[in-house]
Design a protein around this ligand. Structure first.
Ligand code: 8YV
Length: 327
């Protein structure tokens, strides 16, 4: 008699290669319409499933886990895993993986792109031109901030922060300062040409501040009114991490009042909803959470998530288990 294969749910529409790879091992239920499910719909679809390939849009918490006792493994298609309740997962004996490394370089490329677009007012320039407002060249048209030889502050110096530091220091001759829970070892610091400073000094010194730290309840709104007030009025703020790290109301106020020159945001606290004040400001570049979005990278992330499910099924071991932020 043919043995029943374990069931795996894909919460979002993914690439054919991923479906193909998983289908060789599991009964796969996917989401070809790419619908965004409510928590109740997610629970309903998870009934009887052994594993789930999730994205950061789905919260896997105590309620979901209690309602889905057969679930054994969550493969998150993201390096960040703030959508997973790690304590609840441990209590229910459910394993979880994320997708580090595969997205580092393309996310770092995007970090530089967003920084350049923001500091050099590229979106603003394009809107100006498309709106038919460009009638003559002017010496002071859309003056931006210098990027080369300026000081870059990086908050959160993991793999992506380090990849951005290398680009900034070696490609743009920037002075790179960083703050992190722990300083890097001397060899890694040298490779990134980066210097560890306190958070207060980072805020004070940065011409451009890039946020690439993992989001936890401890760093909710870690950039709020008090922190923005310490930054240079000419500074640029770029958020590639998670929206909840920045108090967006305070940010909009700082951008409107001239306390901060410009911001580049790829992530938002209530995404895909964006705070209306931000939409109205000309000095913000807004992108829809696409820092890792190249075909190669997104496919690599999805395949790594799939391979985690397969490895756990075959050998009882994940390839890239999530590491508790405090570990
Ligand atoms: C993903 C991300 O695209 O990896 C992360 O943490 O933020 C992005 O690269 C997104 O989270 C998809 O789940």
């Amino acid at each position: 008699m043919k043995q029943q294969r374990p069931g795996v749910l894909l919460t979002r529409r993914l690439f054919p290669e991923v479906l193909q790879r998983l289908s060789a091992h599991f009964e796969v239920r996917d989401n070809p319409d790419d619908a965004v499910w409510t928590p109740a719909e997610l629970i309903e679809r998870l009934q009887g499933q052994w594993g789930v390939l999730a994205t950061q849009g789905e919260r896997i918490d105590a309620t979901v886990l209690a309602a889905c006792p057969q679930l054994r493994v969550v493969a998150n298609m993201a390096v960040g895993f703030n959508n997973l309740d790690l304590e609840a997962l441990a209590r229910h004996g459910v394993q979880a993986s994320n997708t580090p490394d595969v997205l580092t370089e393309s996310t770092a490329d995007f970090g530089m792109a967003l920084l350049l677009a923001t500091a050099r007012r590229i979106s603003e320039g394009e809107h100006y031109l498309r709106a038919g407002r460009w009638h003559k060249w002017s010496a002071d048209l859309l003056l931006g901030a210098e990027v080369h030889h300026s000081t870059l502050g990086i908050l959160g110096m993991g793999r992506i922060g380090q990849a951005i530091a290398r680009r900034a220091a070696h490609g743009f001759a920037m002075q790179v300062l960083y703050h992190n829970r722990n300083p890097l070892d001397a060899a890694t610091e040298r490779a990134c040409a980066a210097r560890y400073v306190s958070k207060a000094e980072l805020l004070r010194q940065a011409d451009h501040l890039l946020l690439v730290l993992p989001y936890t309840s401890a760093n909710h709104h870690t950039i709020a009114a008090a922190e923005l007030a310490q930054m240079k009025p000419s500074a640029t703020l770029v958020n590639l991490a998670r929206g909840g790290i920045v108090d967006e109301r305070a940010l909009a106020h700082a951008l409107r009042s001239g306390q901060l020159a410009a911001a580049g945001l790829d992530v938002f606290e209530g995404e895909p909803q964006v705070r209306p004040e931000l939409l109205e400001l000309p000095n913000v570049v807004l992108t829809p959470h696409i820092a890792s979005s190249t075909r190669g990278t997104r496919l690599g992330m999805a395949l790594l998530a799939a391979d985690n499910l397969i490895a756990y099924h075959q050998r009882g071991q994940l390839l890239t288990p999530v590491k508790h932020p405090a570990a």
